[in-house]
Design a protein around this ligand. Structure first.
Ligand SMILES: Nc1ncnc2c1ncn2[C@@H]1O[C@H](COP(=O)(O)OP(=O)(O)OP(=O)(O)O)[C@@H](O)[C@H]1O
Length: 329
């Protein structure tokens, strides 16, 4: 459904060139749900905007749903759906009218647009809300309407840019369920960007970990975690530097990382390593507030690949867009 090679995008700013995306290769099969996971500024939105023809690549090539991205952008646009980060619903338009209008924009006859609008409203739990204006909907309802708007022309491939940002946990889980159901019932392919680990973990068949404009790993959430092996110990300590020094001196302790929530380290087997770790911290007179042991998460995967925790990476991974830029072709 997608085959992209060497996708690159540079932005020229007054302070120099920002290399937002640096040669991304991407293959997505029909019916897959693929997540681009990375911190703010990693290049996810820029990649998505290139794949949806909204931004011309500085270099690289792609075939999307059978059409060439650069030579046939209209063909690509006809075959895909795109739900932007802040959605596309009109605040003052009634839900059903908004959907019908979107259908008409895609060239559907009025009756067909209405039929599809009603079907999508039913599928996405918007029944009974057809007469309400967009701005009176809850966050979750609005995101479902945004999704419906992106699907009215029945694309086989849909791109969702951070679909659950600013939703509460329940509404997020609800939207994931809807996305999974749409894939099962309609067989659509979904590409989603997110900086939420749990979103990538529970929604995606395959995760592409993106950092500083590059794909640094790709696999199913389980594959990525399994590749890491071993367990993670999370030690709540105040004397972080002493704890890091002490742990780094232990032969069975791998990667040690000081984070906001304490010190994190990787060990082959948590049960075996824990007594040794506790004894060593005690001998070094480092008081311990808490200990947690867990199987690797996608955050551990990101940490292992980049040396930074995803939650802490944020804009450190890129330059904040302080000004609109011209493209560097
Ligand atoms: N119009 C622009 N002008 C200059 N730099 C830009 C522009 N748009 C994005 N960038 C820069 O390109 C890099 C990638 O940004 P992008 O928005 O693609 O990241 P992202 O992973 O989607 O982040 P977020 O999760 O915050 O949306 C960042 O360093 C960003 O500051």
């Amino acid at each position: 459904m997608i085959s992209a090679r060497g996708l690159t995008r540079d932005y020229a700013t007054r302070r120099g060139v920002v290399h937002a995306v640096r040669g991304v290769d991407l293959d997505v099969a029909a019916g897959e749900i693929v997540a681009l996971l990375g911190p703010n500024g990693a290049g996810k939105t820029t990649t998505l905007r290139m794949l949806t023809t909204l931004l011309r690549p500085s270099a690289g090539a792609a075939r999307i749903a059978g059409c060439d991205l650069v030579a046939d952008p209209t063909g690509v646009r006809r075959r895909i759906g795109y739900v932007a980060q802040h959605g596309g619903s009109a605040p003052d338009c009634r839900v059903l009218e908004d959907l019908v209008l979107q259908g008409r924009i895609h060239g559907l006859a009025k009756a067909e647009a209405r039929r599809r609008a009603e079907r999508l409203a039913a599928e996405l739990d918007l029944n009974g809300l057809g007469g309400r204006v967009g701005k009176t909907l809850s966050g979750g309802q609005r995101r479902r309407l945004d999704l419906a708007l992106g699907l009215i022309h029945e694309p086989r491939l849909v791109f969702l840019d951070e679909p659950t940002t600013s939703l509460d946990p329940q509404s997020r889980a609800n939207l994931w369920q809807h996305i999974r159901r749409l894939r099962e019932e309609r067989g659509i392919t979904v590409v989603v960007t997110t900086h939420y680990l749990d979103e990538a973990d529970s929604l995606a068949d395959r995760v592409l970990v993106v950092d500083r404009g590059r794909v640094v790993a790709s696999g199913s959430p389980d594959e990525l975690k399994r590749a890491l092996g071993g367990d993670t110990l999370l030690l709540g300590v105040d004397r972080v530097d002493d704890a890091v020094r002490c742990l780094r001196a232990l032969p069975d302790v791998g990667e040690v990382h000081a984070g906001a929530d304490g010190v994190r380290c990787r060990v082959r087997d948590g049960g075996t390593a824990l007594p040794t770790v506790l004894r060593a911290l005690d001998a070094a007179r480092v008081p311990l507030r808490s200990v947690q042991m867990h199987r690797p998460t996608l955050d551990d995967v990101f940490l292992d690949l980049t040396g930074r925790a995803l939650r802490e990476a944020g804009e450190a991974g890129g330059t904040a867009p302080t000004e609109e830029a011209d493209s560097v072709a």
